[in-house]
Design a protein around this ligand. Structure first.
Ligand code: ADP
Ligand code: MG
Length: 455
């Protein structure tokens, strides 16, 4: 569970920024995951943190933990240490009404689960996958494999960064095959679970059953195989299963975050097996693709969201499709909760609170270069003492960017601009922040500057 929590923190950090994580989430611990009741128990260090999380981050916790734990929805129960001490069995439960409301709000795409050997792909299908240049090869290969399992590309190895659609494609393959061959045994498993299942099998002397389960598959879909790295024994077990299935012309599909040759901590023989069939990648989507995907997602949740809002989200969320979807979900949820229409302004408000891109450290010179280019300015003006309105504004933007994208202090920035007092930088930042809040277009402009800076 620690892995889930760590992964959760990583995602949250990307979404809301390090400061929030360090202030609110760092001291929280993941106590328990009740798979049957679909409840996650978190423990906050005190009532204050508990209330704050409850008020501000509950939806975020629910959305991401549900994804990570592969369920459609779950309940997050936050208690503080004292409560837990006082009553071991009582939990501070979110009122059912609240939970019900949130369940409706998410309208999440259902996740897959293996239920007593039945394969359900929980809504991830080829139909609701948007084909685009960034994924066309993987899509075509997945389709071909679904049409002719075990015949053409075996294994099919799909790699790409997180959140770009690998799991979706794996399930689409599983679902399509299952539709056509109802008796086929389609097994989907995340590598994490494969590993823990194997460890349990060893502990409880059930390696035989473990192997038998996987050997019975007609189609084996193994997700995020990179997590098998440095786990020698599990690799051996997997190698064995792989060989048996492959010899029997059973389809194997594997996903990973890198291509086989680059995977570390994986036995060479396994790596070379991965490359036996077809290795194909998915890369980051273009703006058009992002808009198309958002359109599809909005359609699926039967929400009418204007094109300009979809464009706005696509421009903001640059990293991956999961976050893109998360942003849309949050905007819809926010609009529903506050009973407002989904406007550009509302989208802006919601997204402004998310740090959607990982800030990377750049240097002052880089900021100056980009700012000068963006505002057709030159360094002479920028560093002058001119109080010209436009030049002051540009200078303020430069200061803002320096504070956000370098690791320098207010003082360093002030010095860089000719030894002014650090308060002028503080002032510049507050001005720019206010401007962002008041002016949607400026927010967008800043995003463009950011992306130029981070390129
Ligand atoms: P990965 O497994 O690569 O980390 P996922 O398959 O979990 O990524 O995709 C993340 C989210 O993005 C899912 O909800 C998925 O449905 C969605 N998604 C990714 N690519 C597409 C696409 N081309 N069309 C529609 N939805 C997509
Ligand atoms: Mg995945």
């Amino acid at each position: 569970m620690d892995i889930v929590w760590q992964e959760f923190l990583t995602i949250i950090r990307e979404e809301v920024g390090s400061r929030v994580v360090d202030t609110w989430f760092k001291a929280v611990s993941f106590r328990r995951w009740d798979m049957l009741l679909k409840e996650v128990y978190l423990e906050a260090p005190n009532a204050f943190v508990k209330d704050w999380l409850h008020k501000n981050y509950l939806i975020l916790c629910q959305t991401h933990l549900a994804r990570l734990l592969n369920v459609a929805t779950l309940k997050v129960i936050i208690s503080d240490v004292n409560e837990i001490k006082n009553s071991v069995s009582e939990h501070v439960v979110i009122s059912t009404a609240e939970v019900k409301q949130e369940v409706v709000l998410y309208k999440p795409v259902k996740m897959a689960a293996i239920k007593r050997g039945n394969y359900t792909n929980g809504g991830y299908s080829f139909d609701n996958f948007v084909m685009a240049p960034s994924n066309s090869l993987a899509y075509a290969a997945a389709h071909a494999v679904a049409e002719n399992p075990g015949q053409i590309y075996n294994p099919l190895f799909i790699y790409g960064e997180s959140g770009l659609g690998k799991t979706h494609l794996l399930h689409a393959i599983g679902g399509a095959i299952k539709n056509r061959h109802q008796k086929a045994v389609v097994l989907y498993q995340t590598t994490d679970r494969f590993v823990s299942e194997f460890i349990n099998a060893i502990r409880f002397n059930k390696v035989h059953q473990f192997e038998a389960k996987y050997q019975s598959a007609d189609v084996l879909l193994i997700d995020d195989v990179q997590f098998i790295s440095n786990k020698g024994q599990t690799q051996e077990a997997f190698f064995h299963i792989f060989n048996l299935l492959h010899d029997a012309h059973k389809q194997i599909v594997v996903s990973s975050d890198t291509f086989p040759q680059k995977m570390e901590g994986i036995a060479e023989r396994l790596r070379s097996r991965f490359a036996w069939g077809l290795v194909t990648d998915i890369y980051a989507p273009s703006l058009e693709t992002k808009v198309a995907i958002l359109k599809k997602k909005a359609e699926l949740s039967s929400e009418i969201v204007n094109d300009n809002v979809l464009h706005f989200i696509a421009e903001h969320v640059t990293s991956n499709i999961r976050e893109l979807e998360g942003a849309l979900v949050r905007i819809i949820a926010f609009a529903t909760i506050t009973q407002q229409p989904i406007t550009l302004d509302l989208a802006h408000k919601v997204l402004l609170r998310m740090v959607v891109k990982k800030p990377r450290v750049v240097d002052f010179e880089a900021v100056v270069k980009v700012i000068n280019k963006h505002y057709s300015c030159n360094s002479k003006d920028l560093f002058s003492k001119s109080r010209n309105k436009h030049i002051s504004f540009v200078r303020h933007v430069a200061m803002y960017c320096m504070k956000h994208f370098t690791d320098k202090s207010f003082r360093d920035i002030a010095l860089f601009f000719g030894g002014r007092d650090h308060t002028c930088v503080v002032y510049a930042l507050s001005k720019i922040e206010r401007h962002i809040k008041e002016n949607v277009h400026f927010g967008l402009e800043l995003r463009r500057i950011e992306s130029e800076l981070l390129q």
